[in-house]
Design a protein around this ligand. Structure first.
Ligand code: ZN
Length: 237
């Protein structure tokens, strides 16, 4: 059994009707639905406003892969919790940082760099799969497009990744390392750029497949993959 915990700051959905309409169950709900009814995966959700940020020890210490979405309130995540998450990753927990989680405390601590980047509102993105044999790219086409996405551009101040899986290109001409992997201690880390809160990115079936693949890849060693997942049927070629 793989225990996945989806953590979301969860404030945009509370503050904005527009974003609530995009994500009526919250960004965490949309992401968690990828794993619903997947054989061999147990999914839990956690948000900033839950007691202990939704990650009391009995949750964090039984999480195999932690998925993290945050944006405006990174500073409200207690340093003590960040230390625990960091320790868990070094001990083997997988960590998947999404979109504006590039500036989250846990990701920045894992990277050790500023993780700054360039950004601009409202663009169109084409993502190229540049490591087609990597497990995270399994079943993912050579490229796919997101008709609306915030532009994230280089230079992205991260350490040199283990593998670059996806390169994002924006119609404004910018490029970005949109899918990168890292190893920290015994833990695997995946950063994935798509997921601006104004657009239904986490309902995109290719994005959902990537996150599913990423969980299987990031899980601690010694666990077996689930046998089937109705939410990630093979994508059309
Ligand atoms: Zn954004």
């Amino acid at each position: 059994m793989i225990n996945v915990t989806v953590w979301n700051e969860g404030r945009h959905e509370k503050a904005s009707r527009e974003i609530r309409e995009v994500y009526p169950e919250g960004i965490h709900g949309a992401i968690a639905s990828i794993f619903k009814d997947c054989e061999g995966i147990n999914v839990r959700i956690a948000t900033l406003d839950d007691p202990e940020c939704g990650l009391p020890d009995d949750v964090l210490y039984t999480t195999d892969v932690l998925i993290w979405w945050g944006h405006m309130h990174h500073h409200e995540v207690p340093d003590e919790l960040v230390e625990k998450i960091h320790g868990r990753v070094l001990a083997g927990m997988g960590f998947i940082a999404l979109h504006s989680a590039h500036a989250s405390k846990p990701f920045m601590k894992l990277m050790g760099t500023s993780c700054t980047l360039r950004w601009r509102d409202d663009d169109r993105e084409r993502l190229w799969t540049v490591a087609p044999r990597h497990p995270i790219a399994k079943g993912i086409p050579q490229y796919f497009e997101l008709p609306n996405e915030e532009m994230y551009g280089e230079y992205f101040d991260i350490p040199k990744p283990d593998d670059l899986i996806f390169v994002g290109w924006f119609k404004g001409g910018e490029v970005f390392r949109s899918g990168c992997t890292f190893t920290r201690g015994y833990g695997k880390v995946f950063y994935f750029q798509p997921g601006h809160e104004q657009y239904p990115i986490y309902y995109n079936e290719t994005v959902r497949r990537i996150l599913y693949n990423a969980v299987l890849w990031a899980r601690p060693d010694g666990q077996y993959p689930p046998l089937s997942c109705p939410n990630t049927e093979p994508l059309e070629k």
